[in-house]
Design a protein around this ligand. Structure first.
Ligand code: SF4
Length: 287
């Protein structure tokens, strides 16, 4: 009887259950350029935002559930053991991506909505040390930034920074006082600025910006100007940004607005990248 060949992960494959775990999942990330080990603090598919391009299935409003930290630790140890000592790379990863890039606090919702997020940061640091990987593997917090003004999150970000970590802070459009159609949440300009400044002060922080056409229309010039103006204003105010991760629609939205969304042309995205660079920021563009 011949066994099925093990599944190879593809760059589009971000399924959270590909390792059969609850909290820990491997992905080949086009953004990271190799294997990223994700830690999903929201296995309940709950987020405090509802971005119209969100790829989380059955997304609902809410916070992370109570996490079983012993299970999370066990899953991370097993995953890293398979990567470092086992045949994970040979059997599951395309040859050109056999590199462990980072550990990402990410998943199916907002990671910092877990009251256990600080404990998870500490836990991950301990497990990396156990494998001799501390300081060698990048740690990334992928966040919508909405809770970064909280003291316990600020302290966790400082701990993340001490472990060589960085924050990817979501900023899709210039925040205006009111409701954001893209993120389906109420926000204020000063509130976003305060959270961004708090993140940047605690940990190296990149903006992550998703641009796309809605109902066949690209973001209007005024909208793009407002975005650039907001970023420039933060820089002028002394907020130290690392740069901008600018990306298009990599994978289909799983929200009801999905049919209304389409990718922006590559030259439009490249032109926007140049305008951001003109502010003095590094840009990593992913289409
Ligand atoms: S913040 Fe992230 S997880 Fe939450 S709705 Fe937006 S894209 Fe989805």
């Amino acid at each position: 009887m011949s066994a099925k060949p093990p599944l190879q992960l593809q760059v589009t494959d971000h399924r959270r259950d590909s390792a059969g775990f609850t909290y820990v999942y491997p992905v080949v990330s086009r953004r990271a350029g190799g294997v990223s080990v994700g830690i999903n603090l929201n296995p309940n598919n709950a987020c405090n935002w509802r971005c119209i391009y969100c790829q989380v299935p059955d997304l609902k409003r809410g916070a992370a559930p109570e996490l079983d930290l012993a299970q999370l630790r066990g899953e991370l140890v097993a995953m890293l053991d398979d990567i470092v000592n086992g045949d994970f790379m040979q059997t599951r990863v395309p040859e050109n991506a056999r590199r462990l890039n980072d550990i990402a606090f990410s998943g199916n919702g907002e990671p910092t909505s877990s009251h256990q997020f600080p404990a998870v940061v500490q836990l991950v640091g301990e497990v990396l040390a156990q494998f001799g990987l501390a300081g060698k593997i990048r740690l990334v917090l992928i966040s919508n930034g909405s809770l970064m003004h909280r003291e316990e999150i600020r302290q966790a970000l400082q701990a993340l920074a001490q472990s060589g970590g960085e924050v990817w802070f979501k900023l899709d459009r210039a925040p205006a006082d009111g409701f954001s159609e893209v993120n389906q949440v109420a926000m204020s300009r000063s509130g976003v600025a305060k959270r961004l400044a708090a993140a940047c002060a605690a940990c190296p922080t990149w903006l992550q910006t998703c641009m796309f056409a809605l109902d066949g229309k690209l973001p209007a010039e005024a909208e793009v100007d407002a975005y650039l103006g907001f970023v420039a204003g933060q820089l002028a105010a002394g907020v130290r940004l690392q740069g901008v991760l600018l990306y298009g629609l990599a994978r289909p939205s799983l929200q009801e607005e999905a049919p209304r969304l389409s990718a922006a042309p590559a030259d439009w995205m490249a032109s926007l990248a140049r305008r951001i660079e003109a502010l003095g920021l590094a840009v990593r563009l992913s289409l």
